[in-house]
Design a protein around this ligand. Structure first.
Ligand code: GLN
Length: 485
């Protein structure tokens, strides 16, 4: 297996055993990226020299006996909404096309402290709004398993780069499914942590009550390793939670099960592709075969999820994106004649159609006269959705569902925004309820497209969630399969 397709855990062991160096590994990832990214188009930008100098620093540390742990020397890619000082931070928007971040996000700081090589800026749907990466203002990322198909979104670049061997792990953000859905479509593991576990400081805000940063990896074990490095309380994010961060990787072995796994009937109805249903069902059978108790559960307010999400997420985005006014940073129109013109023209030129649609929708649901009917009511239904999950957790440990209703679809196939919004039916509830969710590869369609299942855990019980996920992933390891490019 070439270096760029190995797991983080394997490479960490090889670096520790000094059978490889970070420079060799980083060179392999760079060469692979140059060889395939003209097809995959996962990157917005990368800085080869900078990555190699980080790798050299890692090798020097290790030679001096000062290696900082398993991530030291591992090239990790960043969704282009997570700040790395001195690197571009564009949100795949014209609005920020020339913006260089003056500071590090907290997750970036933590990864740097752990010795990781911060590698490359990964494409996304503009401001993380979308499910296919087609809303990027720059270019569309392709699915490495079929270049005519989308990688999912909004973290499509993060999923595709990892699947194609252009990074050893990547970070993404998930507001309504943006880590889990592209992970499912690209045959990698994607974890959205509990709201508040990972600091959002330095993440470009989309919908602040829903956004979380999380890892993309090839295995659940790698996910456990990377989560531990980025999680933890941060004074600079007032919603970040004070909680002990366990050694998630060690916990994979310490939590032997058998677990009670809930299957919500609302997630297996109309619109679910039969091949996805069959692959997920096989995973359920596997859990049964290792002694897990499989139980039917009900999440009765599921049908309101998409509606509630597109009220709350757009309301929050209309407020968060008000800061892009052409005054202090970002795109400023050259045509503007006075201050109002600066606002109007800069925003009209800088934002793409989906972002504008959401700002308009969000402004509407917050406006006087409509606030009670839409925003306030959506908040109440959000509580009902959360209560559904908490009720289910009285009788089960985790919940198992498909991640995406279908495998990767063709580019351009979902021109209607509503059709695109329905990609998130199985992932949105998790964000609304603030829960942790992980997508784990569970097979391929007859046409060779990846399929993922979603496991949903209880708040701040990532250790349990990862253990259940690993019990399936370790023996199956679909994520170690690689695409032919
Ligand atoms: N696809 C959803 C949306 O368009 C979720 C995006 C996300 O999680 N960032 O809003």
């Amino acid at each position: 297996m070439p270096l760029y397709f190995r797991t983080l855990t394997e490479l960490a062991d090889q670096l520790a055993a000094k059978t490889i160096t970070s420079t060799e590994l980083t060179q392999a990832v760079i060469a692979r990226t140059k060889a395939v990214d003209f097809q995959v188009k996962a990157f917005n930008s990368f800085d080869e020299a900078d990555a190699l100098s980080q790798a050299a620093a890692s090798d020097t540390r290790r030679a001096a006996g000062q290696a900082r742990g398993p991530l030291d020397g591992i090239p990790i890619g960043f969704k282009d909404v997570i700040a790395v000082a001195g690197q571009p931070l564009t949100a795949s928007s014209k609005m920020l096309a020339n913006f260089i971040s003056p500071y590090d996000a907290t997750v970036t700081q933590k990864l740097k402290q752990a010795g990781a090589v911060c590698w490359g800026r990964l494409n996304l749907d503009e401001f993380a709004m979308g499910s296919s990466t087609e809303n990027s203002a720059f270019h569309t990322t392709r699915n490495p398993y079929d270049l005519e198909r989308v990688p999912g979104g909004s973290s499509g670049g993060s999923a595709a780069a990892l699947a194609a061997g252009e990074a050893i792990a990547t970070l993404g953000s998930d507001t309504g499914g943006s880590i889990r859905q592209p992970a499912a479509l690209c045959n990698v593991v994607g974890l959205k942590p509990t709201y508040g576990l990972v600091s959002r400081f330095g993440l470009i805000a989309f919908a602040s009550s829903l956004d979380q940063i999380g890892p993309f990896t090839r295995t659940v074990e790698d996910s456990a390793l990377l989560l531990r490095a980025i999680a933890g309380h941060d004074e600079r994010d007032s919603t970040s939670f004070k909680t002990e961060i366990p050694d998630y990787r060690a916990a994979l072995q310490e939590k032997p099960g058998p677990w009670r796994i809930g299957i919500p009937k609302e997630y297996f109805g109309e619109g679910l592709d039969p091949e996805v249903a069959a692959a997920v069902q096989k995973a359920v059978e596997y859990y049964k075969s290792i002694g897990c108790e499989i139980k039917d559960v009900s999440l009765p307010h599921t049908e309101y999820g998409v509606g509630v999400y597109y009220i709350i997420a757009t309301a929050e985005c209309s407020s968060n994106l008000a800061r892009y006014d052409g005054v202090r940073y970002g795109h400023r129109s050259k045509e503007a004649k006075d201050i109002l013109d600066v606002y109007f023209k800069s925003r009209a030129e800088g934002f793409g159609p989906e972002v504008k649609r959401r700002i308009i929708l969000g402004t509407y649901v917050l406006s006087s006269g409509y606030y009670d009917a839409y925003y306030l009511r959506a908040q109440k239904v959000r509580t009902l959705i959360r209560n559904d999950f908490l009720e289910a957790y009285k009788s089960v440990d985790v919940i198992l569902t498909p991640t995406s209703p279908t495998p990767a679809f063709k580019r351009g196939a979902k021109a209607d925004p509503l059709a695109m919004y329905l990609c998130d039916v199985y992932t949105i509830g998790v964000n609304l309820a603030g829960l942790p969710g992980i997508s784990v590869p569970c097979g391929f369609s007859r046409g060779g497209l990846p399929i993922g299942m979603q496991l949903i855990g209880q708040p701040f019980r990532e250790a349990d969630l990862l253990a259940v996920a690993n019990a399936y992933d370790a023996p199956h390891a679909w994520g170690k399969k690689t695409p032919t490019l």
